[in-house]
Design a protein around this ligand. Structure first.
Ligand SMILES: [Fe+2]
Ligand SMILES: [Fe+2]
Length: 320
């Protein structure tokens, strides 16, 4: 499959798994298109056309042209200059790599990370948290993320890929949407007597098992193996990066008893203790790998010869 078509399919797969639904996303994209049509001067020059069809600010091609036919992907959760050099070295040794799939955003996808966080409002709304509350909680956190990323050296990986002529693209929220939906369906919607049973259910998923065998299992960070779960949710799996701790309080008020998460900040943990919300920290890398695998399973049906070179935390697990 040609590079840009391949990436467009990734975006479509992300939309299919998105909590907001296709209709709401299409409406949003059309609105942006109309807004851009009216721009003039420097604003027109700086407009990001990608935003008229791709709702994921943290997902985009950071290097490469359409002449690439994507069959073999190097896949990693964090790919920076060292991994680019590794890929170049592997190519030199005869390994075929057509393009690189990066999970954690780099380049422009990283520069715009704060903008994808709006999705958190819709994820929380699906649990009954009022959107006006979530928006108000989220804004200051988004501003902090924006200011912090703004000062970073954002384009090192992108430039390394350019210099080494390695096509590369980021899929962050796209695959996080997939893992969020998967965990909601296969874990959160089921009944458990206690948190211990949830840990066992997670360990039946090959990615979590693999990481557990390496000493990185799902862990309970608040509550105990014997605690009753109550209402279970996986709100922390998608939406760019951690939301503010106020979101935990709002979820507690909405009746959530247990939150499954990829990573728990100290502030969120503090609030979890205060509000008696159980928290399970599933392995971050296993969770990210699971999301990528779900996307590759779909793409693999369309591109029969798709194969991966696994690196930087990623392991390929195929599902039917
Ligand atoms: Fe992720
Ligand atoms: Fe991640």
């Amino acid at each position: 499959m040609k590079f840009s078509k391949f990436f467009k399919r990734c975006v479509e797969i992300g939309i299919d798994a998105d909590v907001r639904g296709k209709k709401q996303i299409e409406k949003m994209l059309k609105k942006e298109q109309k807004r851009q049509e009216k721009l003039e001067g420097v604003e027109k020059e700086l407009a990001d056309h990608e935003r008229t069809w791709n709702p994921y600010q943290d997902c985009r091609i950071i290097n490469g042209t359409d002449s690439v036919d994507v069959k073999r992907l190097a896949v990693g959760i964090d790919i920076e200059t060292p991994e680019m050099l590794l890929i170049d070295r592997m190519r030199e040794k005869g390994e075929k790599v057509d393009a690189v799939l990066i999970h954690h955003p780099e380049g422009r996808a990283l520069a715009d990370l704060d903008k994808v966080m709006d999705l958190q409002v819709d994820v929380l709304a699906s649990l009954g948290v009022p959107v006006n509350h979530s928006e108000a909680h989220l804004r200051p956190r988004q501003d902090r993320v924006w200011r912090s990323i703004h000062a970073d050296n954002l384009f090192r990986t992108e430039r390394a890929a350019e210099l080494l002529s390695i096509p590369a693209f980021c899929c962050h929220t796209i695959t996080d949407n997939l893992v969020w939906r998967y965990i909601e369906k296969h874990i959160c919607s089921k009944q458990y007597d206690d948190l211990g049973e949830i840990l066992n259910a997670l360990l039946e998923i090959p990615e979590y098992k693999h990481y557990a065998l390496k000493g990185n299992p799902p862990i309970i960070v608040n509550g105990s193996k014997g605690s009753r779960p109550g209402k279970i949710t996986a709100t922390e799996f998608t939406g760019g990066t951690n939301g503010p701790e106020e979101q935990l309080i709002a979820q507690s008020h909405a009746g959530v008893g247990t939150i499954l998460s990829m990573h728990v900040t100290d502030k969120t943990l503090e609030e979890a203790k205060k509000h008696h919300v159980n928290m399970v920290q599933c392995s971050h890398m296993a969770s990210d790998a699971l999301g990528i695998n779900l996307m590759l399973d779909i793409l693999g049906k369309e591109e029969k010869h798709l194969s991966t070179l696994d690196m930087s935390g990623f392991i390929r697990v195929k599902r039917k």
